[in-house]
Structures are given as structure tokens and as C-alpha cells.
Write a protein that binds this ligand. Structure first.
Ligand code: COA
Length: 209
């Protein structure tokens, strides 16, 4: 008898098992050439890669959201996302200041929930100017649906409308999801700054030129 049916059932079982395991342990998922945060054993990593495919398929279903300028009443929802998303979040006052001096955009879903945000500022070096991405976050349950990409593209568009075509940002060296996002958008690593973050972690400085 052919081994094919058995192999197929076995594969379906592996994918199901991997999916459950991933939901249970919330394993971080990384591409094969990237460094893995935490001590995930090689066989678990294999399992998480299969499960990553399952998760991506689920999330790739159409999800409706729009990007718009922030309104003052959105600030508390943004602050909640900020606290949930970052190891060392900005305080509320910093966000209030961003409201006054930045390009501050939010992603809003069909239920009018704020599900992500991005903040950019215009900076000057002598006579030339560039855009600086100060912060970007998507609430965890809405990630991997293209919302981070849409926020970055909209901010880039806003910079371009102001005749700004060079964009800079800093990112933790351990932040693989964000690094992948920026790489996909064409950002290049220019330098590393040691101990940039309050907890001593290094950052990469990335530029889109
Ligand atoms: C970084 C972040 C904004 C990405 O938002 P997102 O909506 O999930 O991003 P997208 O769905 O547009 O993903 C775009 C690409 O980023 C990469 N990416 C996103 N999440 C990833 C993950 N968990 N693992 C590996 N790569 C990932 C992938 O290349 C992805 O493309 P793909 O789905 O076609 O493979 C989100 O993970 C986040 O809010 N993180 C916490 C806050 C943060 O770290 N901000 C960045 C500070 S510098």
C-alpha cells in the first residue's frame, strides 16, 4: 500500500499539534536565518515554523481597517497599546507632546477601535531635512495583517508630500519582527549604537534613502 495517505495524515497532525503548541506557549516565531530570542530548542523551532505558516494563513484573511490622523480622544487607547507593546513605554505626557509636534496617525478597525499607531517627526541637518519615525505599534491581537506596513507606508507618503524622502529610525537589535518589517520596506542598517535604550540594549540606526 502507498505511504502517501499516512504521510498526509501525519503532516496534518503535525500542523495541528504545532498550531496548538504555539497558541499554548506563545512561541516567538522567526525566519530561519534570524537569531532566536530565548532558548527554543531546534526541534521546537521546526515545529514553530510549521505553526507560523498556519497562523499566517489565518491572519491573511481580509481585515478591514483605515489609517487616519489621530484625534485627542484616541490618546488613551494609544497609550494602552504603547504600554502593552513596549518593554520601556513612553509616558502619557510624551504622547501628548507628539500630538502637538508630530505626524501622528492611527489605524482604526471597522468597530472603530484603535488597533495601532505611528508617530513621525521632521528633523533638520543643516539645510537638508529628513523624517524620523519616533514610534510604531500594532496591538498584539491585530499583528501580522499588514497594519504595520500600512502605517509605515502612510507615514512615508506624508513625509514625501512635504518633500522629505529620507527616513531614519532606531530599533532594538533583538526586535526581529520590526527589523523584518523595515527590511521589507527597503530600510538599510547604517550603524549600531551601544547601550541606546534605558535597559542597556543596543539599537540599529536604519535609513530609507
Ligand atoms: C513591528 C510591528 C509594528 C509590526 O506590525 P504588523 O502589523 O504585525 O506588521 P505587518 O503585518 O505589516 O508585517 C510586515 C512584515 O514584518 C515582518 N514581521 C511582522 N511580524 C513578525 C514576526 N512576529 N516575526 C517575524 N517577522 C515579522 C514580516 O516580514 C512581515 O511580512 P509577512 O507577514 O509578509 O511575512 C508589531 O510587531 C509591533 O507592534 N511590535 C511591538 C512594537 C514594536 O516593536 N515597534 C517597533 C519599534 S522600532
Amino acid at each position: 500500500m502507498s505511504q502517501l495517505p499516512y504521510k498526509k495524515i501525519n503532516l496534518d497532525f503535525q500542523m495541528y499539534f504545532a498550531y496548538k503548541l504555539n497558541n499554548y506557549f506563545h512561541l516567538e516565531l522567526f525566519q530561519s536565518d534570524e537569531k532566536c530570542r530565548g532558548d527554543i530548542y531546534k526541534d521546537q523551532l521546526q515545529v514553530s515554523k510549521i505553526s507560523n505558516k498556519c497562523m499566517k494563513k489565518e491572519n491573511q484573511m481580509d481585515y478591514n481597517f483605515k489609517i487616519r490622523y489621530i484625534r485627542e480622544e484616541d490618546l488613551s487607547a494609544v497609550y494602552e497599546i504603547e504600554k502593552r507593546s513596549f518593554l520601556e513605554p513612553n509616558d502619557f505626557l510624551t504622547l501628548v507632546n507628539y500630538l502637538k509636534n508630530s505626524i501622528f496617525l492611527v489605524a482604526e478597525n471597522e468597530d472603530e477601535e484603535i488597533i495601532g499607531f505611528i508617530v513621525g517627526q521632521i528633523r533638520y541637518i543643516q539645510i537638508s531635512k529628513y523624517g524620523h519615525v519616533m514610534s510604531i505599534a500594532v496591538d498584539s491581537e491585530f499583528r501580522r495583517r499588514g497594519i504595520g506596513t500600512a502605517l509605515m507606508k502612510e507615514l512615508t507618503k506624508k513625509f514625501n508630500e512635504k518633500n522629505i524622502h529620507q527616513i531614519k529610525l532606531e530599533v532594538r537589535v533583538s526586535n526581529i519582527p520590526a527589523l523584518n518589517l523595515y527590511k521589507k520596506l527597503g530600510f538599510k542598517k547604517k550603524k549600531i549604537i551601544r547601550g541606546y535604550y534605558p535597559n542597556g540594549e543596543d539599537c540599529y540606526v536604519l535609513w530609507l534613502i
